[in-house]
Design a protein around this ligand. Structure first.
Ligand SMILES: [Zn+2]
Length: 279
């Protein structure tokens, strides 16, 4: 309730802003799926390895401003950030083609998104811009890091792919192959599609020529390593194991989006042909 009324009240003032949807999301979700560690029998030490420390508000701790911020009259910044974040989320839900497509695909899959229930703007660790919390089936948008519409659009699309996989593919985030697969799909359909082909060079541990595949593997590897305390070799092995199958799976977007193209709109317009109930 609170979310929508606030956004509605402000909507009229935001309609003149330009929609920078296709810009890259460079810092998007280096670390994901924060709170699987909520299982009762997992000791506190291990919960850190599952990403708890990245999302302090997930642990039930509300963000506490530092005394310096209070001293300089900046203690209200968190509320301002949250308000702006919620506005950006609302804008993306109304105007972002891929977010709208994902919302429709989730709805058609029996997992409709209720903004107030499933999307949460929070203060996160500065190393992440978003996350998906499978225990609560919630997307976290990091209000302190994803500060404009294009970043929020990237976070929402990426995390909605995890949500889609969790809804449709019996995803078990504890299984490293499952995790690698959904990270490959999210990088493939969202992150790497927004970036120009040459963005990553020789730093990648994968020796392949195709820049897009290289991007997807590197991004998926980084995401897996961020939330699992396993060796790089094991993570690379998992990514390689599932890559052919998961890279080829373009559901529900149906295509790899090319930068500076009309692909996002095309994907959105074609969604009903695949049985997705887009808005
Ligand atoms: Zn992810």
């Amino acid at each position: 309730m609170d979310f929508l009324t606030k956004v509605w009240a402000k909507e009229a003032t935001t309609t003149t802003e330009k929609p920078p949807i296709e810009a890259p999301t460079p810092a998007e979700a280096k670390k994901e799926s924060p709170t699987e560690g909520q299982e009762k029998n997992i000791p506190p030490k291990e919960t850190k390895d599952w990403g708890y420390d990245l999302y302090p508000e997930r642990r039930g701790e509300s963000f506490k401003p530092k005394w310096t911020r209070v001293l300089f009259g900046m203690e209200g910044q968190e509320n301002i950030d949250r308000f702006k974040c919620e506005q950006n989320v609302y804008w993306c839900v109304k105007n972002g083609p891929l977010v709208k497509l994902m919302m429709g695909a989730l709805k058609s899959s029996g997992c409709p998104i209720d903004l107030r229930r499933h999307i949460s703007c929070e203060v996160c660790d500065p190393s992440v811009t978003g996350g998906y919390d499978p225990t609560l089936n919630q997307i976290v948008v990091c209000q302190n890091m994803a500060k404009n519409k294009s970043m929020v659009h990237g976070v929402l699309t990426h995390e909605m792919i995890h949500m889609f996989d969790y809804c449709n593919n019996e995803l078990d985030f504890r299984n490293v192959d499952h995790l690698a697969c959904t990270e490959i799909r999210a990088a493939n359909l969202a992150h790497c599609s927004f970036l120009s082909a040459m963005f990553q060079g020789d730093a990648s541990p994968f020796n392949i020529k195709e820049a897009h595949q290289n991007c997807v593997k590197s991004k998926a590897l980084a995401s897996v390593l961020a939330v699992r305390n396993i060796t790089k070799e094991d993570a690379i092995a998992a990514v390689e194991r599932v890559f052919p199958k998961c890279y080829a799976d373009l559901e529900p977007i149906g295509r790899r989006i090319r930068r500076n193209s009309t692909d996002q709109q095309k994907a959105y317009m074609e969604a009903p042909m695949y049985g997705y109930d887009v808005y």
